[in-house]
Design a protein around this ligand. Sequence first.
Ligand SMILES: Nc1ncnc2c1ncn2[C@@H]1O[C@H](COP(=O)(O)OP(=O)(O)OP(=O)(O)O)[C@@H](O)[C@H]1O
Ligand SMILES: Cc1cn([C@H]2C[C@H](O)[C@@H](COP(=O)(O)O)O2)c(=O)[nH]c1=O
Length: 206
Amino acid sequence: MSFTGERKGRLIVFEGIDGTGKSTHIGQLRKYLEGKGLEVVQSFEPTRGPWGRMLRDSAVTGRLSVEDEVELFLKDRREHVETLIAPALARGAWVLLDRYYLSMMAYQGARGVDTSVIRAANEEFAPVPDAVVWLDIPVSVALERIGSRGERDAFETEAGLTACRNVFASIHEPWMLRVDADAGKEEVAARVRKALSGNFPEVISE
Ligand SMILES: Nc1ncnc2c1ncn2[C@@H]1O[C@H](COP(=O)(O)OP(=O)(O)OP(=O)(O)O)[C@@H](O)[C@H]1O
Ligand SMILES: Cc1cn([C@H]2C[C@H](O)[C@@H](COP(=O)(O)O)O2)c(=O)[nH]c1=O
């Protein structure tokens, strides 16, 4: 079974390990698309819903078991798809997500869960993205950026982020767009638009 909702809109996801610039560049793309007169719906995972909040709390109080993380991320994502993503796609909006089920493949995959099982469980109900912008930087650079923001949380260990990055690198799909994000913000923003222009030439130009 897979997502059967109406898709007049587009789903673009920003992925990458912590500190790669997802929040920074999702905002840049939102401004660009709104400048084209498009409706843009921006969101993130884990959400601010009840299960998302439990997961965010665990980043500070200590990670849950991987089984509990899987259960809570799936519940959070189901609610996210039903209440925000599917309705927005149905009315023709461009939905921009800061993380989605590719992060689940990376972060829960890094804890030993089979990534193909994770992907299948999510794609039973969650729409496959039209594009994933994978912002890629060396783990050492990510850790420097995280460090400059303050304390690392429980998800942000060097070994864990390295394993996560390796999962992102293992996903080979036409919609998985790697962007070398180890450059200045303006240069990376241009690289993001260049990467997306190949998938959406009618809307996004370099
Ligand atoms: N191209 C860049 N060069 C240098 N610093 C950057 C660049 N892009 C973002 N940063 C900085 O790196 C930090 C992380 O950026 P941001 O919050 O956008 O990343 P993120 O991927 O959303 O992080 P997280 O997943 O941990 O929330 C911020 O301090 C931001 O200003
Ligand atoms: C969607 C999703 C996220 N995670 C992890 C990845 C991050 O460390 C945190 C979210 O923190 P952010 O700084 O707000 O991006 O959650 C995960 O383990 N599994 C997932 O499915």
